[in-house]
Design a protein around this ligand. Sequence first.
Ligand code: NAD
Length: 290
Amino acid sequence: MSEFKTVGVVGLGNMGRGMALSLARAGFDVLGYDASEQARDTSAAEGVRVAQSLQALGGCDVVVLSLPTTNVVSAVLEGAQGLAAAAKPGLLIIDTTSGDPQATRALAQRLNDAGLRFIDAPVSGGAAGARKGTLTMFIGGSAKDVQDADAVLAALGDKRFHIGEVGAGDIAKIVNNLLVASHLLTASEAFRMANAAGVATEQLIEAINAGSGRSGVTLYNYPSRILNNGFDSGFTVQLMRKDVNLAMSLQQSLGLKFPVSGEVGDIWNASAQALQDKDDFNRIVTFEKE
Ligand code: NAD
């Protein structure tokens, strides 16, 4: 067991709620908070101990964040009402938000200057992985902070990769999701081609998954979310668009211009008219850009 006993979780949505339950199962004393009353109530009904204010988490040894964007992370931590002002000295913050690496680095520096520690540890594996504690984690932070956080990280993910310094976790997550966003588009085109040529996706998916053209999208998304018409992954089009746009911004800031990535970004952004923000991200396979 770690030297840390109390773990706060801010953001009790699809991911954070499951993370809070996994941390409690691992023996931590967990206190959750969400700005939405509905999220607080749902979490409490599932057994999460829930605080009614952010400041109530100030006494925690570690705080795990699972929030929509880095801007929200900054709003939660900084400012007069932010958690940093109420925190114990040396508080270790583990940000699992899929974030903006440049903004994350700047934020981590400001928090370090205020005596707090910060790790970015975005995840892959969905709401089910958060609930089971079997997430893949892309970790950025100093060797000491990552080592100190190990027991908390181990409660969340069974595949943990320390990629590099702060911000490196965000970069790895952007790479992961740019690949998923691209694979969904290429797989849907390839299968539409087969369908038009008289072969249904169901007829060939197993063969493709035994061949070298397979990807996470063909192995998991097609069989378990798309072909069964489930579209119930718990990950929204809005969040995937955010990730694709993080990739676009990163490329732009580095002076990179890639034709395939650019088209992937254009298609995901063009889908905003046809697909609602809250739709399952796998619905992109039903979208055809004019
Ligand atoms: P979500 O929208 O279900 O949950 C986010 C929660 O944050 C909401 O409950 C919201 O009320 C809360 N929140 C927003 N602003 C807040 C504030 N100022 N203070 C406190 N709470 C606030 O999103 P999610 O699907 O749980 O995703 C969380 C993060 O994990 C995102 O960055 C997402 O990109 C990433 N992610 C999600 C998945 C997935 O499958 N859902 C997978 C990997 C990574």
